[in-house]
Every structure is written in C-alpha cells, then in structure tokens.
Design a protein around this ligand. Structure first.
Ligand SMILES: Cc1cc2nc3c(=O)[nH]c(=O)nc-3n(C[C@H](O)[C@H](O)[C@H](O)COP(=O)(O)OP(=O)(O)OC[C@H]3O[C@@H](n4cnc5c(N)ncnc54)[C@H](O)[C@@H]3O)c2cc1C
Length: 483
C-alpha cells in the first residue's frame, strides 16, 4: 500500500464533490509518475505534498511491473534498474537484502540478477510508501483537465476535483490494439487473448493447444515463457512482418563503445553506416555489437534531435524493427525457454502477414502470406494471442484524459504519433503551438521529441529531468503569484 492512499475512501457520496488543493498533481502512478514524485520530493524538502492519481492499488508498478506472473522477468540486470541512478546498486542491494533471491534462485545468472518484474514493482512501491503523507494517492482515473486561473483542475472518475499549480502527465502505455479483422472474427472465442497483460488471460489455453501469437518481440517472449511455465507443450507459431526475435545479453559485458554525436548524423542511412563501421571496429577489439548498441541508446536523445523530421520518419519506417530487437534484450531465463522450444520444434517464429481469419466452432483458420517464400498457407489453431505491444499511436483516442486535453486545445499528438507533443524540457505544446510552462510529460509518451525513451534506465533519467523542470516551474509560479 502506498504512502497515503485515498483508495479506501472509495467514491465520495453523490452530493459531495471531494476537493483537493495541491501544488503538484501527477496523473499516472506507474514507474514514471512514481519516479518524478520521489525525485521532486527529494529535491524540494519544503514541498508539503504531491497528489498522484492512479487507479492501480500500488504506486510505481504501472503496466510493466504489475505483472503477476513470475516468468515475466526484468530484461536488464538489476544493477541497471535503480530508482536512484547515482546509486546504481540501490535495487540490487534491496534485492539481496529482501529475501527475494532465496525465494527465486533462478533469478541469478552468474553475477547478475534478473528477478521477476513483480519484485521490481515491490521495490518501487516500498520506496514510495516510505515517503509517507507527503505523497497522497488518489486511487481513480483522471478523466478531465481544464485550466483554471493560473493552474489546472483535474477531475477523476470518483468525482474528485484536484486543483493544482503544476500537472505532470505520466500515463504512458495504451492497451494493445489487435488487427481489426482478427478482432471481428475471434471476438467471443474462449481462447482469443486480445490483451496478453490481463491477469489469468492464458487460463483457458490447454496443454496441447496450437497457439498463434501475433507479434514476435518481447511480449511474445513473455507469453511463451508464461505458457511454458504453465505446462503448455503444444505448437506455437509467432508471426510478425520481419519475423525478428529480440536478442539476448552478451556473454561478457563491455563499456558502451563508439560515438554517434560528433560530428552529428544527418540521415537514417548515415546512422546505419556509422553503426555498422563501429560494430566492425568493436569486433576487431574483441567486443560484441552489444556495447555499440548500448552507446547508440545512451546517445539516442542527441542522435534523434539532430535528425530532421523526414529522417526520423525514415528511421521509424525502416529501422525500428531492427533497433527494437537489438536494443530490447531478453532475460537469459526467457531466452533459454525460447531456445529450448525452438530446438524441440514446438516454437517457430516466421515473417508472415495475416491475410484472413475465420473460425469453425472453436477451430481457428488463418490464411498467412509468407514474406520470405512469398506463398500463402492456411493453418489451423486453437488459440490466438495478440502481442503487438501497447498501441501508443492511438493513445489520444483511448485515454480519456488525453482526449479531454486535446479537445480543450491543451495538448496534441506529436508529428510522428509516438505520443504527446512536448518541448525538449518536457512542456506540453498546445494546439496553437505554445508550450505550457506548468503542464509536463514524463515517460515514454515524450518519445516523439526525446527519441529513445522506453527502457527503465532512460525513463528514470527522464523522470529526474522532469522533476527538475517541475521544481523550476514551482519557483516561477510562486514568483508570479508574489509579484
Ligand atoms: C510489458 C513491459 C515490460 C517491460 N519490461 C522492462 C524491463 O524489464 N526492463 C526495462 O528496463 N524496461 C522495461 N519496460 C519498459 C519500462 O520500464 C516502461 O516503459 C516504464 O515502466 C514506463 O512506465 P510509465 O509509468 O511511464 O508507464 P505505465 O507503466 O504505462 O504507467 C502509466 C500509469 O498511468 C496510469 N494511467 C493511465 N491513464 C490514466 C488516467 N487517465 N488517470 C490516471 N492514471 C492513468 C496507468 O494505470 C499506469 O499505471 C517494459 C515495458 C513493458 C510495457
């Protein structure tokens, strides 16, 4: 249970609208919102309270770290998952002391720890709970935000009205959006899983079912690990446009290698050339490609901002699938499951497009166009699971608070539809192109401006930056009020 939770209060009686006054309100209490709160309260000991609006029971978990399935593991070592980057071992030390490693000896691979994501969620939730009453959790969904005087009023699903000088949006991941034809054909089928993150979603899938997974990235890997741990032994086919599978971690870890910012890179093609030549250089020095990609990730924001919009578009269109499978790596335990199933012939990953889907009773018929071989095949399955990841492109349509902000002209999607249009400092840009000094975005929805912003190390640094911006905005706001 988090700091001070209003959750147990439930909805206010119909006739009473609960009013809360605060200097800072954070909408979304996943990891990003939690990290902004934690760092802002640390930077500003004089700040009496921050209000955080989050429907989930515990703060800090969000989509990724609410995962109840122990087969879902963090995909970078624990030493890279600190809430406090200045103390890189903060989570790893907590892990060693918490007893979580004794409870899950498989978490340890050599010198590195890859515990389940739920354990990481418990670490963040505990750090937040330690903030006590300085962090007030309103357990509800934010449905509207309007400007009022020099601040905002956030209205939530339980009727609470929160008046705040500064609002930070940290709402991030949208629900997955299955291909329409699949949804239309399979809606109501007992083994059609349109949201793989839903608890107990795999319950109806039987031991020998033939399973089709739409998508071949990290979500697919998690699904295979879950099914395998539940005793599933049937055949699994995972398909995606290119049929690429996320890579694992290197046998030996090296420091990030190369430089991709000086001189700055102006085109997507030049970036590919520079990466290729740097990988060749690294290999001559006895290092694997991993450390080169690590450097690209570290310099990702600067690389992204140096590219003109058309080149960013080109990068997304042509290189994103390759970037994703090299940049997001699979936890070794999950990689071992995938390798074992591929070797046993119970998992195949193929580049293919879905041409048609139909059902006869509970049997699902799928018409696939193979990308490499060019031909079409018809295959039958007992279950279909959507693993296309969060649908960030439609987040303005699916998240009520973003839809409301857009309707009020207070926010708009970024040009590449990766999330919310923001300045490099994190200020939301309104419909008229003006940056709003007291409305900020933390987390992956700032990617259109910031570039690479998904993995936890990047998200943590971004949250700290937004906490600094919020602290400055507080000072400016106070100075304006005093004038
Ligand atoms: C499945 C998955 C696994 C991952 N695993 C790893 C990993 O192992 N290692 C790593 O480095 N990175 C990982 N990542 C990436 C990374 O850690 C996440 O991107 C990061 O946690 C983002 O957190 P967030 O708080 O911005 O977003 P979210 O987790 O999406 O949290 C947003 C929160 O906002 C709330 N919210 C949404 N709308 C509203 C509203 N209208 N009102 C109030 N609240 C609202 C939601 O309930 C949610 O809790 C993973 C990402 C995913 C999706």
């Amino acid at each position: 249970m988090s700091a001070v939770a209003d959750a147990e209060h439930g909805a206010a009686p119909d006739s009473v609208t609960r009013q809360i006054e605060t200097r800072v309100a954070i909408v979304g209490g996943g990891f990003s919102g939690a990290a902004v709160a934690w760092h802002l309260l640390r930077q500003r000991p004089d700040l009496a309270q921050i209000v955080i609006v989050e429907p989930r029971e515990e703060l800090g978990r969000g989509l990724a770290y609410s995962a109840a399935d122990p087969a879902h593991r963090i995909n970078v070592p624990a030493t890279r998952m600190s809430l406090i980057p200045d103390t890189p071992d903060h989570f790893n030390d907590w892990l060693e002391a918490s007893g979580a490693l004794e409870a899950d000896p498989a978490a340890r691979i050599g010198e590195r720890n890859f515990p389940s994501r739920a354990v990481f969620g418990a670490y963040v939730a505990q750090a937040l709970a330690a903030l006590g009453p300085r962090l007030r959790h309103v357990r509800a969904q934010a449905e509207d935000i309007v400007r009022q005087d020099e601040g905002y009023v956030v209205t939530t699903s339980d009727g609470t009205r929160i008046r705040a000088d500064i609002v930070v949006l940290a709402v991030a991941h949208a629900a997955p959006s299955p291909p329409r034809a699949v949804d239309a054909a399979l809606s109501g089928h007992p083994r059609y899983v349109r949201d793989p993150w839903q608890e107990d979603g795999f319950e109806p899938i039987r031991r020998d079912d033939r399973v089709l997974i739409i998508g071949s990235g990290l979500t697919m890997a998690d699904i295979v690990a879950s099914l395998d741990a539940r005793g599933h032994r049937g055949h699994i086919l995972a398909i995606s446009r290119r049929g690429l599978r996320s890579r694992g971690h290197p046998a030996a870890q090296h420091e990030p290698f190369g430089d991709f910012t000086s001189p700055p890179i102006g085109t997507a093609a030049e970036l590919v050339r520079r990466i290729r030549s740097t990988v060749a250089e690294a290999e001559r020095a006895g290092k694997s490609w991993h450390c080169v990609l690590d450097q690209v990730r570290l310099q990702g924001g600067a690389i992204w901002r140096a590219l003109p919009l058309a080149e960013r578009q080109r990068l997304l269109r042509h290189l994103r699938p390759f970037w994703d499978v090299h940049r997001f790596r699979i936890a070794p335990q999950v990689e071992a499951v995938l390798d074992r199933r591929i070797a046993a012939g119970t998992l195949a990953i193929r580049p293919a497009a879905l041409k048609a889907v139909s059902r006869e009773g509970e049997t699902i018929r799928v018409d696939l166009r193979e990308r490499r071989r060019g031909g079409r095949t018809e295959e039958t399955f007992d279950a279909v699971i959507v693993a296309t990841g969060p649908a960030h492109g439609s987040v303005f349509a699916t998240n009520p608070v973003l839809a409301a902000l857009e309707a009020h002209g207070l926010a708009r999607p970024d040009a590449l539809r990766l999330g919310i249009d923001v300045t490099p400092d994190g200020h939301v840009i309104g419909a008229d192109g003006t940056a709003l000094p007291t409305l900020l975005v933390a987390g992956p929805l700032a990617r259109g401006t910031m570039g690479e912003l998904m993995g936890l190390p990047d998200v943590t640094h971004h949250a700290i930056r937004i906490a600094v911006t919020a602290a400055q905005a507080l000072e400016e706001h106070a100075a304006e009020q005093a004038a």
